[in-house]
Design a protein around this ligand. Structure first.
Ligand code: APR
Ligand code: ZN
Ligand code: ZN
Length: 361
């Protein structure tokens, strides 16, 4: 059997997205069909639409989602129809070198659904990050579904599927922020704001938020920033040093993805501190640093990939913290929108007006 559902499709480079009817097959072996309840709008969706990832148009956009499993294919034992799940774009294989060496968050044999979803004329769709959740239903590999407490709101839960997990994970998994640490976060969009929440959860004593937009600094305060710096008015490195007794922060998280903020992160950390890079630069960006500074400052420079998360470990834990009132996922949801408003949401995202617009179905 197949299902005809409404979905958001990007047909060509730079063209506005369109709401279309698509065909979703019933799940085959190892697959799950999910009724999507909510899906956040992420920069990566816009990137797909602009042709910045690859040319495999048409794309079925959306990848930050939660929903209810409708049916599962042969051999699926971890999730069952009726389960409330958050989708992930990193269903690890368990057998590659990264998995066997205990670093499954670097597994690149990620599983996606084998069968294709199509347009009505049979054209195969490329689902964004192997998900494609701006749709009433989508087909994924069962390993892309993580069961979480069903009393959580879908709009909040879905956020863990990408940007918010990337930020929280940058702090708690990659940065290993610990009790009493001082943490600086440069760039407080959806990802940086989540890093602030993560640092705060991990027991950081000082959480310094840096951004050039006061609206972002206001939200940062709500999520646990103890100090804020508008780096349009102040030198970010000086300000962070001043706020940390002249030393620099134990952990600095960069969540912008530009050379100048990479450099600030490098110098804003204490000697032997940790820099966590979450902001994704473009291929042409370069940064020059005196080698003696690289040698002399010690510590570590790490990049964080999807928050180095393990969905089956991290998603249920973070949802529990959310339900206990200890992680304010709702603060990330600036607006909820309908499926046909994704294009408008891209516009607002582009202007920095939102942390997250979330499609609610
Ligand atoms: N200094 C400080 N903050 C800056 C600067 C700067 N020079 N330039 C931009 N910012 C701020 C913006 O004001 C905004 O609040 O960085 C934030 C970026 O946030 P978003 O555009 O909402 O992006 P986000 O979804 O948070 O992703 C940030 O992480 O995962 C990566 O690809 C993602 O590179 C992107 C980064
Ligand atoms: Zn693997
Ligand atoms: Zn994303």
């Amino acid at each position: 059997m197949t299902h005809q559902v409404r979905a958001v499709v990007a047909r060509g480079k730079g063209a506005p997205v369109s709401l279309e009817t698509i065909i979703v097959p019933d799940p085959g072996p190892g697959e799950a069909l999910v009724n999507i309840q909510a899906c956040g709008v992420c920069h990566t969706d816009l990137h797909y639409r602009e042709g910045g990832i690859n040319d495999d148009f048409p794309f079925l956009l959306g990848h930050e989602a939660a929903g209810i499993v409708e049916s599962v294919g042969e051999g699926v034992i971890d999730v069952a129809p009726g389960d409330f799940v958050v989708l992930n774009w990193r269903a690890v294989c368990g057998q590659c070198r990264a998995c066997l060496r205990g670093r499954p968050w670097y597994c690149f044999n990620t599983h996606n659904a084998k069968q294709k979803m199509t347009l009505l004329d049979g054209t195969e769709l490329s689902p964004a990050l192997g998900i494609g959740a701006f749709a009433e239903k989508t087909l994924v590999a069962a390993g892309q579904c993580t069961k979480v407490d069903p009393t959580a709101s879908a709009a909040a839960a879905g956020l863990l599927g990408c940007g918010v997990m990337a930020g929280i994970g940058a702090a708690i998994n990659t940065g290993n922020v610990g009790r009493g640490d001082s943490v600086a976060v440069i760039g407080c969009g959806g990802v940086g704001a989540a890093a602030i929440a993560g640092a705060s959860l991990a027991g950081a004593a000082k959480v310094i938020a840096v951004d050039i937009d006061d609206r972002k600094l206001d939200t940062a305060r709500k999520l646990g920033a103890t100090h804020t710096v508008n780096s349009k008015d102040a030198d970010a490195v000086e300000a962070i040093r001043e706020l940390t007794g002249g030393f620099g922060a134990d952990v600095v998280i960069e969540a912008v993805g530009r050379p100048e903020t990479y450099k600030q992160a490098f110098y804003a950390r204490d000697l032997a501190g940790t820099v966590v890079l979450v902001g994704v630069p473009t291929p042409e960006m370069k940064l020059e640093l005196p080698l003696l500074d690289v040698f002399g400052r010690g510590g570590s420079l790490k990049s964080s990939w999807y928050g180095d998360c393990l969905p089956s470990r991290d998603f249920p834990m973070l949802i529990d913290l959310y339900l206990q009132g200890r992680l304010d996922l709702d603060a990330f949801v600036t607006e909820t929108i309908a499926l046909d408003e994704v294009e408008k949401a891209f516009e607002r995202m582009h202007h920095g007006d939102v942390l997250r617009s979330v499609v609610v179905l």
